[in-house]
Design a protein around this ligand. Structure first.
Ligand code: ADP
Length: 491
């Protein structure tokens, strides 16, 4: 059967046509478009209708290429952002971006209602201001709670697109699970959290499982697209859930890094738990397909390099990501190291200056050339992965055998090799379009073409190239890791 998958990231969206012949999954890109945050009137928004328009355009192309024979559509995106539907069925608010500052402004008042520690214990999620619960609590604190009282339904971004296509209002499990409003004990919305934040439970839609049909395209949609009917399928709507669904590992105890703007490093667990250590490391438990939990930690990721590249661009120096990595490869090793999660790196802008500042504060020689900056960031990211791996092993009491790198960041081969060296584990890279691949798997499950995600992972191994990187230069990497750890405590 043929399927269409839609994957939206903070800077771009992509749609693919996937054909499954019972053995292999073949994929083809059918539409790409830019996405960006829009700053207006002191707030940060997404252009949601622009996203919708691109979805329609991609669907038209996909149907044309597949001669109208599309069994399903699945959509995934970053998590936590939402729209509100009024009594008329209209979307009644602009969609804020998770980086909007209303949460930061109201932070103290929000955490007075439920402390960070208790929130982590209740929900198993990491504490982050971008969580939906915190966004809603901020709305209420700044006097916009009437919008919640007055609306009928809150839907997360992919669920809202599904509503526009089918008229159905459903909340997909993986994206609901990371809102800090979800209760893993009952697999329903978290009554206690909602009550304490004063968020009306009635606006939250019923939960649906990934791998199930949400609804059928409406007649209006069919005529807009010039097609017959098709199903909209709930996939792992949180992009990380879809990416990890496509993990091409069949046995052992692998870790994964979903690598892109952020690096999300973790392991799969069959249960969730919280304790002092998970709170100390701000570990997240996120709901995955077939209720496999992702126990993971956010690392700042390739964001720092993206920002360096942008800064060189403003100085008239154009480098592709591949060129930056090639320059870094030519530099001498271990000239300078940083903690990628130093909070000053989170905000956009002045990244070169901030790296220099970190180095001078820690008594290291400051990088000067693009290659030196990028090498410092990549070696440091690899060491941070090692540090997270050690923490995951400590919490689980179980050795990690190998590391899988999923997503676009896997194309950074220097970082792939550094990760193997720093972690002293074999590293397997691919698929680079993991979220779209995992999105297809859950559609295939909904249509009865595969039994479960494990069978799906076998198909991923057969359908995509997976590259291996073996650890090298271990003694020197080990020695430098001991030094790196001192940096984490020193700023
Ligand atoms: P996002 O998290 O924004 O969806 P992707 O998964 O699409 O990101 O990954 C894209 C990122 O991967 C780029 O921003 C860049 O940092 C990195 N990248 C992509 N290709 C290369 C390359 N050839 N060499 C080095 N880094 C790369």
């Amino acid at each position: 059967m043929k399927y269409i998958a839609f994957d939206l990231g903070a800077s771009s969206g992509k749609m693919m046509l996937g054909s499954f012949d019972g053995n292999r999954l073949d994929t083809e890109v059918i539409h790409r478009f830019p996405n960006c945050q829009i700053s207006a009137n002191g707030s940060l928004y997404w252009n949601f209708l622009g996203i919708y328009q691109n979805l329609i355009e991609g669907l038209k192309t996909g149907f044309r290429k597949a001669d109208g024979q599309i069994a399903g559509l699945g959509m995934d995106s970053y998590c936590n952002d939402f729209g509100l539907i009024g009594k008329s069925g209209d979307i009644i608010t602009q969609m804020h971006c998770y980086r909007d500052a209303r949460t930061k402004r109201n932070r103290d008042k929000i955490y007075d209602l439920i402390s960070e520690k208790e929130l982590h214990q209740l929900t198993g999620n990491q504490n982050a201001l971008f969580n939906t619960a915190i966004q809603l609590a901020a709305m209420i604190q700044q006097g916009d709670g009437y919008l919640l009282e007055g609306c009928e339904t809150l839907l997360h971004l992919p669920d809202l697109l599904a509503y526009m296509l089918t008229g159905e209002r459903k909340s997909e499990y993986t994206i609901a699970s990371v809102t800090q409003m979800f209760d893993y004990r009952t697999n329903l919305w978290h009554k206690e959290v909602l009550k304490r934040f004063m968020i009306p439970e009635r606006i939250l839609a019923p939960i649906v499982e990934p791998g199930s049909v949400v609804g059928h395209a409406t007649r209006e949609m069919q005529s807009l697209l010039g097609t017959g009917g098709f199903d909209v399928i709930a996939v792992g709507e949180h992009d990380t859930a879809s990416a990890v669904a496509a993990l091409p590992a069949l046995s052992g105890n692998p870790a994964y890094i979903s690598s892109g703007t952020w690096s999300l490093m973790g392991v799969e667990t069959c249960d969730f738990f919280t304790n002092e250590t998970t709170f100390k490391y701000n570990i997240a438990f996120e709901g995955g397909v077939e209720h496999r939990y992702r126990m993971l930690k956010n690392v700042m990721g390739l964001w720092i390099i993206q920002e360096c590249r942008r800064e060189y661009q403003t100085m008239g120096q154009e480098y592709s990501f591949g060129e930056l990595a090639a320059l870094a490869a030519k530099e001498a090793p271990f000239k300078a190291l940083i903690d990628p999660d130093w909070e000053e790196f989170y905000e956009p802008g002045r990244m070169l200056e901030k790296i220099r500042k970190f180095c001078s504060m820690t008594g290291q020689k400051e990088p000067e050339t693009p290659g030196q900056f990028v090498r410092a960031v990549e070696e440091s990211l690899a060491f941070k992965y090692r540090w997270v791996m050690d923490a995951l092993e400590e919490i689980n009491g179980k050795k990690i055998d190998c590391i899988h790198i999923l997503g676009g960041g896997g194309q950074d081969r220097l970082l792939d090799q550094f990760t193997a060296n720093a972690c002293r584990r074999p590293v397997y890279v691919g698929p680079t379009e993991a979220a779209l691949a995992g999105n297809f798997l859950m559609q295939m499950k909904a249509k009865g073409e595969i039994r479960d995600v494990l069978q799906g992972r076998e198909i991923i191994r057969k359908s995509f190239d997976i590259e291996e990187f073996l650890p090298a230069d271990q003694a020197v990497w080990e020695e430098k890791y001991q030094y790196f750890k001192t940096l984490l405590k020193s700023v």
